[in-house]
Design a protein around this ligand. Structure first.
Ligand code: GCW
Length: 714
């Protein structure tokens, strides 16, 4: 008895401490006490819990219920034993106890698959209980996290009935982490994986990482950069990977690796990596068998080939299909998959970079083995603040295509800017490709429903690092969160996800929720406005991609800004209609027609598809030059509003979190102003027109901005 009390006391104290630590480490899993009135209400509904089953996954579920419910309800909520009582949570696999055996439950779970779950308030032997059940242990854990989320967000638990299963099979983070601890496009410190310490020394953070992912349904992770180091496949590193895989396993998180196509040469001593040479194929088969002997739960490979200097099958005059199929064949006996990226760059500068992926991949439709997914970025250029959806979506009906989003904000202010990305993700997912007529959305391509593909995936380039708060900017956490929630269910609305995240992260005070939600929902359009309005793209700082760089003109043409905006005395924009590169011709009708006609092209994508005269009359009746100015100014104004809305929250949220975000927002305001000033001064050289009306004029000369190193603002 005494020990139970001591354990309870320690555990309550630790949950209180945990709830008080506001350095961001706890992410959306703070389990803060809910309001007193809610506590009273929920304390009646939840008096204890029973978890049936002993697996490590179910133990985690039990621990989460105990920690989470006790902390949120402010009383010890513990595992119950003995006879069933009223108001108990019963968790476990379908059929694992009398409470979990009814046909009502099994009927509902029939189509819930291996990861879905059911939360249900029901009667058992005349007692009111809530069950958390699923076909598998991991389903029970996902259900547990959802249940805790409902308690934290103040849901009414009477008549609870939630049946949910993921729409996408492989919900995967892509870490661009290098073996030396650096992260390509990482803005939150060093890699989480301390390779030098592994396999002997294990950072407790690995487990917290897996837990965070499981809590939002992410079930897969690629540990290393797509610009892959071949050392990753050596036994030395595979043993390190095995340790991580073991820690992740009870959380349902599978490990994958990026591989370098030339590995048979780099670490195998072969003279070629030609995918049609038997010795090369044999090498991969043996390597894969070795990988699985060391990491039985291994998921598969991610490959960047023939892109940005990476080797690939084209080095041997073979196709992407030849390359992907060789790996797929080796992985197939073990149930592994290949994610082959469509982000390809030719060694020669093309007339239009946007067209290359489709040109290379569409002719290969139908040639890939069943366990290959083609991984396509949301847009055809590169994670810009706004891009039209990638024309490959819908263009390869016989091949499963998976989405690649970027969670790390390479082109969106990195960890300086608050930019909530769910609206960007949703914009792409909801775009209609018209591949099979109206309603053929990107979402339906990705979730496999358009062409009945069983293998589906959504990847997000991770924004995590060794920073205490994981993502650098506290609001970066919302993007990791939104990615996970959308990969589970792409139909969720941006606002819905934002609201949930705010309640889990900050508070459920309605004033706080609505103010932060507004900031988040406005943030992406503000970024577009002060960076790349009206379809402008790729005009960021050279190489590092931080801050404005419309003047970038040196180096490989399709890495410069002038290649993309093409500003001249007549106008600005990239002509991609038939009169130009005809990239619009890569879309299905009527999308192609809509984009290619200046009169029907959505104005938010105007300069993506057209070179438009400065004096062109926009739908507002104003000239293009005026609209460009107005958009840049609206972006800056929008950030000012975000800053003042945020500052009004002082005293209503934790001071440490408040200060952290305030400092970041003040920098963002400066950065936004510099973006506007730089771009307006630069484009003005060509338009030769004044800044219209009362709009704020650039404070300095163009020369000043061109020499300025904006990275000082980070
Ligand atoms: O977005 C660009 C980045 C590169 C990245 C590449 C890719 C990993 O600037 O850093 O390389 O795309 O997606 O392969």
């Amino acid at each position: 008895m005494k020990t139970t009390i001591v354990i309870l006391a320690i555990y309550l104290l630790s949950s209180v401490l945990q709830a008080n630590a506001k350095d961001g480490y706890d992410l959306w899993l703070k389990y803060s006490p809910v309001s007193e009135s809610l506590q009273k209400q929920d304390q009646k509904k939840i008096t204890g819990f029973k978890v049936y089953g002993e697996s490590p996954t179910l133990k985690i579920a039990g621990n989460e219920l105990q920690t989470g419910l006790s902390a949120m309800l402010g009383i010890p909520v513990t595992g119950a034993s003995g006879k069933i009582k009223d108001n108990i949570i019963v968790a476990g696999k379908l059929g694992s106890s009398a409470e979990l055996k009814s046909s009502v439950l099994s009927d509902q779970l029939k189509n819930a698959g291996e990861e879905g779950y059911l939360l249900k308030a029901m009667k058992f032997k005349n007692k009111e209980i809530i069950v958390i059940t699923a076909n598998t242990d991991i389903g029970v854990l996902y259900g547990t996290y959802q249940f805790l989320r409902l308690v934290q967000t103040g849901a009414n638990l009477d008549n609870l009935s939630v049946l949910s299963s993921p729409k996408i099979k492989v919900r995967i983070l892509n870490h661009w982490d290098n073996l030396n601890g650096s992260i390509e496009r990482g803005y939150a410190g060093q890699s989480l994986w301390t390779w030098n310490d592994l396999p002997g020394k294990v950072d407790p953070r690995y487990q917290d990482y897996a837990r965070a992912n499981a809590s939002i349904g992410i079930n897969s992770t690629v540990l290393n950069n797509v610009n892959a180091n071949p050392q990753m496949l050596t036994p030395e590193y595979l043993k390190k990977v095995a340790v991580l895989a073991g820690i992740f396993k009870p959380y349902g998180l599978k490990v994958y690796l990026s591989v370098k196509f030339s590995s048979p040469m780099n670490i195998g001593g072969l003279e070629t990596a030609d995918p049609l040479v038997p010795a090369v194929r044999e090498w991969w088969k043996k390597k894969v068998a070795e990988v699985y002997s060391i990491i039985p739960e291994f998921g598969g490979f991610l490959v960047k080939a023939n892109s940005e200097g990476q080797p690939g099958p084209q080095n041997y005059n073979r196709t992407h299909a030849d390359g992907a199929n060789m790996l797929a064949e080796a992985l197939e006996p073990f149930g592994g998959i290949v994610m082959w990226r469509a982000f390809v760059y030719d060694n020669n500068v093309p007339d239009d970079r946007a067209k290359q992926a489709l040109n290379e991949f569409k002719p290969l439709d139908g040639q890939f083995r069943k366990n290959v997914l083609i991984q396509v970025k949301n847009g055809a250029i590169d994670f810009q603040p706004r891009e039209p959806f990638h024309p490959l979506f819908g263009a390869m009906p016989k091949t499963p295509l998976m989405m690649e989003f970027q969670i790390t904000q390479e082109y969106l202010g990195q960890s300086t800017d608050l930019c909530y990305l769910a609206p960007l993700f949703k914009e792409c997912l909801e775009s209609d490709t018209y591949a099979k007529g109206k309603g053929s959305t990107v979402m339906k391509v990705i979730d496999g429903s358009l062409e009945n593909h069983p293998l589906t995936g959504m990847s997000g380039v991770a924004n995590t690092g060794s920073d205490r708060n994981w993502t650098g900017h506290l609001f970066g956490q919302s993007n990791w969160y939104a990615f996970g929630r959308l990969a589970w269910n792409p139909s969720l609305a941006s606002g819905e996800i934002a609201e949930e995240w705010i309640r889990l992260t900050f508070s459920s005070d309605p004033a706080v929720v609505s103010a932060i939600k507004k900031i988040m929902l406005d943030s992406r359009e503000n970024s577009v406005n002060y960076m790349t309005p009206l379809g402008l793209h790729h005009i960021m700082g050279n190489g590092h991609h931080f801050g404005p760089g419309p003047w970038v003109s040196r180096g490989r043409a399709d890495w410069t800004a002038i290649y993309y905006h093409k500003a001249d005395s007549i106008g600005i924009g990239f002509e991609r209609s038939l009169a130009g590169s005809n990239a619009t011709g890569q879309y299905y009708k009527p999308v192609a027609d809509k984009f290619s006609d200046l009169r029907t092209c959505p104005e938010e994508l105007l300069l993506w598809f057209h070179h438009v005269p400065w004096s062109y009359k926009m739908r507002s009746g104003k000239s293009l030059w005026e609209e460009i100015n107005l958009h840049y100014s609206a972006g800056v104004e929008g950030v000012r509003t975000m800053v003042s809305e945020w500052k009004a929250l002082q005293g209503k949220i934790d001071p440490e979190e408040f200060d952290h975000v305030t400092k970041k927002l003040e920098k963002q305001q400066q950065l936004a102003t510099w973006w506007r000033n730089s771009c307006i001064s630069y484009f003005q050289q060509f338009s030769k027109l004044p800044v219209p009306g009362n709009l704020e004029k650039p404070a300095e000369s163009l020369d000043y901005y061109m020499k300025y190193d904006f990275r000082g603002l980070k």
